[in-house]
Structure formats: C-alpha cells, structure tokens
Write a protein that binds this ligand. Structure first.
Ligand SMILES: NC(=O)c1ccc[n+]([C@@H]2O[C@H](COP(=O)([O-])OP(=O)(O)OC[C@H]3O[C@@H](n4cnc5c(N)ncnc54)[C@H](OP(=O)(O)O)[C@@H]3O)[C@@H](O)[C@H]2O)c1
Length: 263
C-alpha cells in the first residue's frame, strides 16, 4: 500500500517509516524538511494522490497550551481535509495515555487533536501510548541547565518507539477502528530520573539529575504513575536497558525548540 507518514523524521516517525518499508509499503514522508508544512497544508491534497493511509506522528515542542492546541488542530485539520479530497481511506493518529483532565500544554494539544478526530470525515484509528524510551533523551536534551538536568518526579511505563512504529503500521494496514485502539504501554515501571541517570552513565555525561515534583494535576499524575495506563493495555517487550544498548539510542534527535518535558 502507499502510506504517508506525517512527521516521518521524528523520534517515532523514523520507526514508522522503517517498519512500513520493511513490510514492502511505498512510503511518503510529510515534514517541513520534505517541503510539506502541515500547519499551512499547501499542496497537501495533491501530495496525497494515490495514498491509501496516513499515519500522523507530527509534533511540536512547546510549553504553551495555546500553541500546542493551535499546532495539533492545524495539522490534523489540514491532513483530514486533504485526505478527504484525495480519497485516503484511513487516518491513523498517535496520542498519549493518561492525558484526560491533566493541565499540561502538550496534553491540551493532544486532546484538541483527538476532539477533531472524533468528527473526522475520514475513517480513523487513534493509538494512545505511554512515553517512549527516547523521552528520557528528549528531556535530557531540553531540560539541562549547566551541570544539572531537571527532571519531573514521574513514575512511567516507557515503551520503545520502534515498537510503537510497528504497531502504527499494523493499524494502518487494518480496518479503521473508528476511535481508540487498545492502549500500548511499556514492559516495566521506571522512574524518569533513573532513566536519565542511566542514559547519562551510558553516554559518559557527568551531570547531576535533580528530580522535582511538578505542581498541579499534571505533577500529581506524573508522580503517582497515573500516566502508566491500565491493566488491559497491550505491553511492549523492549526494556529501557535493552534500548540503551541498542542503535536506537544513538539515533535520537533533539527537539527543535523550547524546553522541558512534554509527556
Ligand atoms: N515523545 C514521547 O515520549 C511520546 C509519547 C507518546 C506519544 N507521543 C506522540 O508522538 C508524536 C510524535 O512525537 P515525537 O516525539 O516522535 O516528535 P518529534 O521527534 O519532535 O518529531 C516531530 C516530527 O514532526 C515534524 N513536524 C513538526 N512540525 C511540522 C510541520 N509544521 N509540518 C510538517 N511536519 C512537522 C518534524 O519534522 P520537521 O521538523 O522536518 O518538520 C518531525 O518529523 C506526537 O504526537 C506525540 O504526542 C510522543
């Protein structure tokens, strides 16, 4: 099938592309790097001609809820309009486990995205997942101030972006669910601060890690492990320590703008 991957160069996008190519699909990536700004959506319908399914893993790094909502609404709205015009049969979107009722900027954007998808003119599947193993590296890259990395107190169940990418391709190949598929979470519970310390150790970084409890419902949900997903979620198999020793760690790209944790 012909598959378009919005955000196909990102932490998870590159794994979606690799999984799709390994399964013999014809892949088109939609990123600004490839000349497609999904926030403006210019020439998008023409680009989607002949595409069977779109996997949307585009993202923005911002601490502003307004900006996050604007980004995800613009990108999702433009994609869905262009997909409808081009006759695309399936839109698969990636979201985050545990975002309901939590006052985080990125989560506000994801909820706005899910709300648009609820009225989609194109059949949809939404896959919620927990933080990626790559998230520890994203935090280390954005929340480091001189000799210290500041990490929110968080009990999480991280999953390998590689497994998320494979899952999204499987979903794109299948019949649209018409809402949320079964959540996907990682194999083990981990403290985010420990992950960053282990990452620093493997990379030979001599930097302290300061664990800080974030205020409000967001801080509480992170600290208490409310973002780990329920017992009925599907479980990934790759542990953080296996990921640390893999080539996937070295390939992590730092986000472009902003600072601070996103999920
Ligand atoms: N990171 C996590 O731990 C985590 C956990 C659960 C779910 N998620 C979800 O996974 C998705 C992807 O996250 P990620 O961490 O993989 O993101 P990322 O590494 O920051 O990659 C973002 C991708 O979006 C593209 N992009 C950004 N702005 C764009 C624009 N205006 N037009 C076209 N493309 C644009 C980027 O390419 P260009 O810069 O070239 O445009 C890049 O390919 C998000 O929806 C996020 O909510 C992430």
């Amino acid at each position: 099938m012909r598959l378009a991957v919005a955000g196909g160069t990102g932490a998870v996008g590159r794994h979606v592309v690799a999984a799709a190519e390994a399964r013999g699909h014809d892949v088109l990536t939609l990123t600004r790097h490839d000349g497609h700004d999904l926030e403006t959506g210019t020439r998008l319908a023409a680009a989607l001609a002949g595409v069977d399914a779109v996997v949307d893993v585009a993202s923005v790094v911002t601490l502003s809820g307004r900006r996050a909502r604007e980004f995800f609404r613009n990108v999702t709205g433009n994609l869905l309009r262009a997909e409808r015009a081009a006759g695309v049969a399936h839109h698969v979107a990636l979201s985050v486990v545990g975002i309901d009722g939590v006052d985080d900027a990125h989560y506000a954007g994801k909820l706005a995205q899910e709300a648009l998808l609820a009225d989609s003119p194109v059949p949809v599947t939404i896959q919620r997942v927990t933080q990626f193993h790559e998230f520890a590296a994203q935090v280390a890259a954005t929340a480091t101030y001189g000799p210290v990395t500041i990490v929110p107190k968080a009990l999480i169940r991280p999953v390998a972006a590689r497994e998320v990418g494979a899952r999204l391709v499987e979903l794109a190949e299948g019949t649209p669910v018409g809402g949320r598929a079964r959540d996907l979470v990682g194999p083990r519970d981990e403290r985010l601060a420990d992950l960053v310390r282990r990452l620093h150790a493997v990379e030979g970084v001599r930097r302290g890690v300061l664990e800080v409890r974030f205020p409000g419902p967001f801080g509480r949900s992170l600290a208490t492990g409310a973002t780990r997903g329920g017992a009925d979620a599907a479980r990934g198999r790759i542990t953080f320590d296996e990921w640390l020793r893999s080539g996937d760690r070295a390939a992590v790209r730092a986000p472009r703008e902003g600072a601070g944790a996103r999920e």
